[in-house]
Design a protein around this ligand. Structure first.
Ligand code: FMN
Length: 389
């Protein structure tokens, strides 16, 4: 892989996402380089100085006009794709980069054979990687020419991405691309700060723009039903040796040097304390693993939302993944993190129940809680050399 080009010196404009969500109250002078998007934390600001708008919104990144060649842009897109979310951090993808295009392939050796036999979660993960590539390519100054499932004889070939015409990246692209490396999955309750309705509305539009539907679950009764289904599914999976062994395979013990899987620092030792309680995956499995965290101030479940699609084909799953990552990056730009509880979607009869009872016949693809936390979670990724052919 070639290194991405040196970006020009940073400039610091107001971080207006161009999404009609208003302008930030304050702008900090930013001091970040381009590709190594440094993680800024709330420690950079005092808690008291924050309005509802978060520190992530306030700090902005601007790398100026990119003069990257197509090849460099494609390389940068693959580098960015590594940071997409994936079920249990399996990173079930590989990339072939030619001077003209990237081929995104499913790495089926990394499929969860028990909980994801049909590959739905694998394709959602790869769809998230695809959206990340598209965003990075656009950030590098190119339109994207994407073909989904381009060859019926090659089912593992999920998409090809080419650089199209040169185009100045818009504000929204810059906003999203700045979140690619710093977005993280949260696995506890949230602080009580509200998620602005206007942001939720914008996220709903994001999902629709990728062919999926994001529905905030507003009724407390429906939230309770979802939470109890999650607990039931977790109970079933914990009691099933095959499910447990699969989760253990992707749980990283403290101090592990593995570059995939869910780290012990990535979830609280104690069960998540929200009302209602959404069951956490049992990554620790009888071990005393998990971080301390401060769950006393993080007791809000946040906004519960479901991502659904009208069909349930492989193409729908990829679209769900693209929508997921668009929603997550956009939320992250406004300091809103996501926690996932997808156990129930891995049990066919419960997923079908959910589809009929709560999703108006749409196919549920992801269950999430959206909210604000000031805790950072760590994650890891495999090096590019492991992912590229
Ligand atoms: C399809 C899918 C399902 C997921 N399900 C869960 C889940 O049930 N519980 C959870 O804690 N995280 C879940 N995750 C989040 C992954 O564990 C997370 O993306 C991965 O560990 C990488 O960490 P990061 O998102 O912080 O970069 C899911 C992610 C995807 C794409």
């Amino acid at each position: 892989m070639r290194a991405p080009p040196e970006p020009p010196p940073s400039r610091c404009p107001a971080p207006d996402g161009g999404i009609g969500f208003g302008t930030p109250e304050r702008v900090l002078t930013c001091a970040f380089g381009a590709y190594g998007l440094a993680r800024a934390g709330p420690s950079a600001l005092t808690y008291a100085s924050l309005d509802v708008v978060s520190w992530r919104h306030i700090v902005s990144l601007e790398v100026g006009e990119m003069t990257a060649t197509t090849t460099h842009a494609l390389d940068a897109a693959v580098e960015a794709a590594r940071w997409a979310p994936s079920v249990h951090n399996t990173q079930p993808w590989s990339f072939a980069v030619s001077p003209e295009e990237i081929s995104l392939r499913a790495d089926t050796d990394r499929k969860l054979r028990v909980s994801d036999e049909g590959g739905r979660e694998l394709l959602i993960s790869c769809g998230a990687a695809l959206f990340t590539m598209r965003t990075a390519l656009r950030r590098a100054g190119f339109e994207q020419v994407v073909r989904i499932l381009p060859d019926p004889d090659k089912p593992a070939l999920l998409a090809t991405v080419r650089a199209g015409a040169a185009i100045e990246p818009d504000k929204r692209t810059r906003l999203l691309s700045a979140e690619i490396e710093r977005r993280r999955t949260h696995r506890a309750g949230f602080v009580g700060l509200p998620v602005p309705d206007r942001l939720i509305d914008a996220l709903v539009k994001d999902a629709a723009g990728e062919g999926a539907k994001l529905t905030p679950v507003r009724s407390p009764q429906a939230v309770e039903v979802l939470a109890s289904l999650t607990r039931a599914a977790q109970g079933v999976q914990s009691a099933d040796r095959r499910f447990s062994l699969e989760v253990i395979r992707w749980a990283r013990p403290p101090g592990s040097s593995r570059q995939d899987g869910v780290p012990a620092e990535g979830y609280p030792r104690e069960p998540v304390r929200t009302d209602p309680r959404f069951a956490q995956r049992d990554y620790a499995w009888r071990h005393d693993w998990g971080g301390e965290g401060d769950q006393s101030t993080q007791t809000s479940a946040g906004v519960v939302a479901m991502l659904t699609t009208s069909g349930d084909s492989r193409r729908d799953w990829i679209a769900a993944g693209e929508a997921l990552q668009r929603v997550l990056l956009h939320a992250s730009a406004y300091g809103v993190s996501a926690a996932f509880h997808t156990q129930v979607l891995e049990l066919g009869h419960l997923r079908e129940f959910l589809r009929q009872e709560l999703c108006s016949g749409e196919f549920p693809q992801m269950i999430m809680r959206l909210g604000i936390t000031f805790e950072d979670t760590n994650s890891v990724r495999r090096p590019l050399s492991d992912l590229t052919e």
